[in-house]
Design a protein around this ligand. Structure first.
Ligand SMILES: O=C(O)C1=C[C@@H](OP(=O)(O)O)[C@@H](O)[C@H](O)C1
Ligand SMILES: C=C(OP(=O)(O)O)C(=O)O
Length: 425
């Protein structure tokens, strides 16, 4: 795979039916809950990508049995009785979800990751864990690398946290909370918590495991102490990774069906239905899956993406192809994602001729003639998605390091080429 990948450009409207790999967020929650459950269980149709393999390795290093059975993952909780090292890679879910359960291990668990992972926010969560009784050594940095001195049990209780930098701080404490002696009662104080659907996903999955969660008040989540019942999970397709494939219909005036789109889901990617409709697409959720039919011209949108920040790169790319201005707001927190996505999008869209204004909490994008060139991706899978979307409508877009998509999508370049050109290419 060359470092600068020529994004495939179709000859005309694309009509395609695609099946997509499983959800990163559902797979990593399912693995973690299976590992702290009261018996063995199976995670069916899991995503196997860098982020989920890192989660499986982390839980395996602690002492969990994770076996491949016909493509599914059979998980057997084991005695967490050893020291371990956890590589977080660039996976927020590994850096945030594993430390709270590492406190339940008997041993010292070290955490580190990719160079950029040391910049991603985790300090408020480490401080909250300290209050709950987990011993952390982070050298006062509030960032990777750090270690957790697992004592075999965690007291738990009430804690106040500013989770405005990432919803994953809250999800992480809730996922572990039932196994703490007193449960957890998490109260958020600060600017609004982003990505609330992901917290709802955590709450729903905990309830499936028989865990009692009180989320009746805004900015407060309480998990009662008790066993985490072993239950099997069927992983839905990753609806956020559906964004470029649905954009293929939107940008070419074609028609794309994503199979197995769930009728009801907590995945924030489900909001693509509403967003693409606002941009002028026809959207139909039926028995075959979700079908999006693109318009002759895309309309710009004014959107608060606070709840669905991870969709911003793909939507920004579509906005750059629209024939009226767009304003994407409410996503200051995505500056702490795989890269500073606001600056990265403004820089890279601008480099290809886009008319983009960077705001503190988002981007304004106006119609402008685009041209080819290198689209830098900053080790960010969703920047690569933005690049290939632009390449649908602009000749000569070269996506840097398309392999970075392996974070959440195995062989994305292959799947994308097939989606754009069909089986004959
Ligand atoms: O809990 C999760 O699985 C996620 C929560 C969100 O994180 P932030 O709240 O940090 O945006 C999202 O962007 C990320 O891709 C996955
Ligand atoms: C923000 C993202 O990932 P992470 O789970 O690493 O935070 C993402 O996938 O867009």
């Amino acid at each position: 795979m060359s470092e600068h990948w020529p994004a495939p450009r179709p000859d005309g409207p694309v009509e395609r039916v695609v099946s997509l790999p499983g959800s990163k967020s559902l797979t990593n929650r399912a693995l973690l809950l299976a590992a702290i459950a009261d018996g063995p269980s199976v995670v069916r149709r899991p995503l196997r990508s860098r982020d989920t393999l890192l989660m499986a390795s982390a839980l395996g290093a602690l002492g969990t049995g994770i076996d491949d059975v016909d493509g599914d993952w059979a998980v057997t909780p084991g005695p967490w009785d050893r020291d371990a090292d956890v590589d977080c890679g660039l996976a927020g879910t590994v850096m945030r979800f594993v430390p709270p359960v590492a406190g339940l291990a008997r041993g010292t668990v070290g955490f580190d990751g990719d160079p950029h992972m040391r910049q991603r926010p985790v300090g408020p969560m480490l401080a909250a864990l300290g209050v709950l009784g987990v011993r952390i050594d982070d050298g006062g940095r509030g960032a990777l690398p750090f270690s957790v001195a697992g004592a075999g049990s965690v007291a738990g209780g009430t804690v106040t946290i500013d989770a405005s930098a990432s919803s994953q701080f809250v999800s992480a404490l809730l996922l572990a909370g039932a196994r703490y002696d007193h449960g957890v009662d998490v109260r958020h104080v600060g600017k609004p918590v982003p990505s609330l659907p992901h917290i709802e996903m955590t709450v729903q999955m905990l309830r499936r495991h028989g865990v009692e969660v009180d989320d009746g008040d805004a900015n407060r989540w309480a998990v009662a102490p008790g066993p985490v019942k072993a239950v099997d999970h069927d992983i839905e397709p990753d609806l956020s990774n559906a964004a470029p494939f649905l954009a293929l219909a939107a940008a070419t005036g074609g028609r794309v069906t994503v199979r197995d789109w769930p009728a009801a889901t907590t995945q924030p990617g489900d909001q693509l239905r509403e967003i693409l409709a606002l941009m002028g697409c026809e959207v139909d959720l039926g028995d075959d899956g979700l079908t999006v039919t693109g318009p002759t011209r895309l309309t710009g949108v004014d959107l608060d993406l606070h709840d669905v920040g991870e969709l911003t790169p793909a939507i920004a790319a579509l906005c750059a192809l629209a024939d009226s201005p767009s304003h994407l707001r409410g996503v200051a927190h995505i500056r702490g994602h795989e890269t500073d996505r606001i600056t990265a999008l403004a820089t890279e869209l601008g480099r290809l001729g886009g008319d983009v204004t960077e705001r503190d909490d988002g981007l304004s994008i106006s119609p402008a003639p685009l041209h080819g060139g290198v689209f830098h991706t900053y080790a960010d899978h969703r920047m690569a998605h933005a690049g290939v979307i632009l390449g649908l409508a602009v000749d000569g877009v070269l996506v840097e390091d398309v392999a970075t998509t392996a974070k959440t999508f195995p062989d994305f370049a292959g799947a994308w080429t097939l989606a754009v050109h069909g089986a004959s290419q």
